[in-house]
Structure formats: C-alpha cells, structure tokens
Design a protein around this ligand. Structure first.
Ligand code: SAM
Length: 437
C-alpha cells in the first residue's frame, strides 16, 4: 500500500500550512497512515475527513479521534471511492502523501471533471510531479500533463528527500499543488473528445500526429494552419491551448462561445398562461414578461437524477447545478415537445423507458423568473450523454438523498429554478422513484 511514513515534522507542518484551509473549509486527507500530517490538520477546518484504505490504520485513527465530532474516518480506497457525497461540503481542500503505486490514479480521479476539489496538495514521486507541471516539447510532457493542465493550474512546491520517510523510499518525492484553472482562460471544449484525442495522440508519441489521430472531420493541413503548428507535429509539440483548439475544430457538436442568443423569439403569455404575443429573449427578460419553460429530471435506471453543471458562459446562473435539461419553449411549441427537444439538444438523450411525464406545473412569478414552468421526469435507458460544451460543463447522476442533503448544506450551488422544481417534486403529490441513496 505504499506505506512510506513521513518522519520529517517540518515537512508535515509545511504541508498543513500550504493547504491554506480556512475555518469554514472541509479538509480531506488521503492516506493519513500514522497521522504525521493529520495532527497538523486537526482544528484547521470545520470538518476533517480521513480516507484510509488500510483497515488497521483506519481503526487506529478512529480510536485516536473518537472524541472529536469534526473528524470522520472513512475506510476506503481513494482510487475508487464515490466522490458524489463530497460535493455538499463545498470546494474541498484535499491533501495527501499519496502511495506511490496508485498516486497518479488517485490524483486523476479526484481531479476529474466535475470535481468537488477546490485546492489539492499532493506529495508524489518527483518524476510524477515533473510530468504534472511540464511544458510542451519535453519528455515529461504527456497525456497526464495535458489532461490535468486543461482544468487545473499546477505548481511544484518543494522536493522531499528519501530520508524524510520510514521506510526510506527508493525515489525522490515532491509536492505539487493544483487549483482550478480560471474557466475563462481557455475556450470551452468537449472534455470526452479532448480526452480521446489526447490519449490517441500520446499513444505513440514518437510518431507524427497525422499518422496516429486517424480520420478527423477536418483536413490535417487546415487544422495545422489554424493551430499554427507544422504538419509534421508530434503530440508533445502542441501546447494545452492547442490541444483544446484541435478538439474544438474536430467537434461535430454545434459549438459556440455564446450559449444563448438575445434574438431568440419566445411566446409571451398572460396570467393564465395564454399566448398574447411574441418578443425577443432580451426584451422578455428585461421587461419581466411572462413566458414558458420546461425543466426535465432525467432519471437513470437506478433512480438517480442526472444534474447538469451550467457553463460559466451562461448569462444566468453560470457555473451552478441545474435540472438535467431545461429551456424555453420556442414560439408555438408545446411543453411536451419542448421537453423532448431539450433532452435531445442538451443531453443527446433519445432513448427512454417511456416518454417524459409531466409531474408538476409552476406559476409564473418573481421566484420562477416570470416563467410558467412545466416539470417532467423521464427514465433514460442509457446514462451516456452528449452535451454542448458552451451550455453545459458537466452532467453527473446523483442519488436523490444526496441531492436533498446537498441542497440543505449549500443551496447556493444550485440554480433557483431547479430549487423550486426539486422542492415541488420532492414534496408534491407526485409519483417518484424510490430513493436510490
Ligand atoms: N500520510 C502518511 C504519512 O505522510 O506518513 C502516510 C503516507 S503513505 C505514503 C500512504 C498512505 O496511503 C498509507 O497510510 C496507506 O495505507 C494509504 N493508502 C494506500 N493506498 C490507498 C488507497 N488506495 N486509498 C487510500 N489510502 C491508501
């Protein structure tokens, strides 16, 4: 289990300080072991969660901290643990002197989009830290670098020599810190297509990209001139921004940096939801005119609810969590037709156990943004979604009980329209699936 325990008190104390946890933060330590760093973390945040795979160490930690209600010990594999319950704690401060064997896997997993992490500080082999923080055109620059740096700002903080541990490891260690990259630094891109292209590109890093990327929807010379790279380029010659641009140009999904248009036309309705005219989107919102929208909760076959994280480009509620799909009715469109269209356009979902069912209606008012909202649920037969990156940053299915708990702990993480719909669905006299949580 990679149990090289830290003996250098100075390094342990430095790590706890460098995490920069405030009194309102929830801190997670991965692989606390004998507690070398843990003792410097106690009392720093409002809660400290220790994730330890070794049953004996976890039991010892539990005994040691039994009297402290702010400390929770989870006996779990940090490479496999369900991360969804962590979202309700807000952006986490995560720290770990990671086991060498699975350190990279654990790091990649906790930093996968969407991630509950706000700042991570990991001790790993120096060689892995070099890969995480590498720049283009060098041997350390690879798949791990590009995938992490597209979403995180990585900085190497300090080296730690083998003498600092018992038993002494064979390799040098180092500490790397990772913070979410400002979403405005790079244009939006489809994360799964990006992952596929980067994996493919670096799978044979000595070969020229044109020979490893296979068939692309855009001719290779055109791509190269748009990216400003030679046609002979290899994977390591493309910067992270160029990998993102390559992905954008190969994305068959309609992609723009303006997720909504002010010129869209909506039906305007009266107090009784009867159409009384049409108006431009910008006008409808500026003048608080009543109009129509749907929200859809797409359920997985296990009864979990898919939530979407809105793109940071949206003009309302950017970056917040929202219903699986939601949107305004087009002129002349019915609520049912709109629900089907939004499921297709936003999530790429076309296969359902049965068509969407209307489960509630909300009257237009200030709390709904002057929208009459019809809420639908649908059970999707597949959880494979495909969404436009300009509109949606991520989609993830959560157990119903987990969303309930998250809403209580951090209502500010959710779009107000979703909160109204959820409240109605959970408390209203409507059939709903058994709680999957
Ligand atoms: N944090 C302690 C220290 O600095 O002395 C221990 C660090 S030691 C390098 C790695 C720790 O991670 C050990 O306690 C080990 O039992 C634990 N561990 C190993 N694999 C793990 C996994 N998959 N999930 C969680 N903990 C793991």
């Amino acid at each position: 289990m990679g149990q090289n325990f830290l003996q250098d008190e100075g390094v342990a104390c430095w790590m706890a300080e460098a995490l920069e946890a405030g009194p309102d933060d929830v801190i997670v330590e991965i692989g606390p072991g004998l507690g070398a760093v843990t003792r410097h973390l106690v009392g720093r945040g409002r809660k400290l969660i220790l994730v330890e795979k070794d049953a004996r160490l976890a039991a010892a930690l539990r005994d040691q901290h039994a009297g402290d209600p702010t400390i929770e010990v989870l006996e779990a594999d940090a490479a496999e643990i369900d991360l969804r319950p962590f979202f309700k704690f807000g952006p986490l401060k995560v720290l770990g002197n990671l086991p060498y064997s699975v350190g990279t896997t654990i790091m990649a997993r906790w930093l996968e989009t969407p991630s509950p992490v706000g700042h991570a500080l990991f001790m790993l082999q120096k060689e892995v830290c070099d890969r995480v923080t590498a720049g283009p055109r060098c041997g350390d620059y690879g798949q791990l670098t590009v995938r992490l740096q597209a979403r995180w700002t990585a900085r190497q903080r300090r080296d730690v020599p083998p003498d600092s541990f018992h038993p002494r490891p064979a390799v040098q260690s180092a500490i790397v810190s990772l913070r979410p990259r400002d979403r405005h630094e790079l244009p939006v891109f489809d994360e799964s297509l990006f992952g596929r292209l980067v994996r493919l590109g670096f799978s044979q890093r000595r070969k020229q990209l044109k020979n490893v990327l296979g068939d692309l929807p855009v001719p290779w010379p055109d791509l190269c001139s748009a990216l400003g790279v030679p046609e002979t380029a290899r994977a390591e010659e493309l910067s992270v921004a160029q990998w993102v641009e390559l992905t954008r140009r190969c994305d068959p999904h309609p992609l723009s940096d303006h997720p909504q248009s002010d010129d869209e036309l909506f039906d305007v309705v009266d107090d009784h939801d009867r159409v009384i005219g049409q108006e431009r989107r910008a006008e409808v919102h500026a003048r608080a005119l009543k109009h129509r929208a749907v929200h859809v909760f797409a359920l997985t076959p296990r009864g979990e609810v898919m939530l979407q994280k809105r793109s940071h480009l949206k003009d309302s509620c950017p970056g917040l969590w929202d219903s699986s799909a939601a949107g305004h009715l087009d002129v002349g469109e019915s609520y049912d037709a709109c629900a089907l269209r939004e499921l297709d356009e936003e999530l790429g979902l076309r296969k359902y156990a049965a068509p969407p069912v209307r489960v509630a209606g909300l009257t237009a008012g200030p709390d709904t943004g002057w929208e009459f909202v019809e809420l639908f649920t649908v059970t999707a037969t597949s959880t494979r979604t495909r969404f436009p990156a300009a509109e949606i940053e991520a989609v993830l299915a959560f157990p119903v009980a987990e969303i309930d708990a998250w809403l209580v702990a951090r209502p500010q993480d959710f779009a107000p329209g979703f909160r109204r719909c959820w409240e109605t669905w959970r408390t209203g006299p409507v059939a709903r699936p058994e709680d999957a949580g």
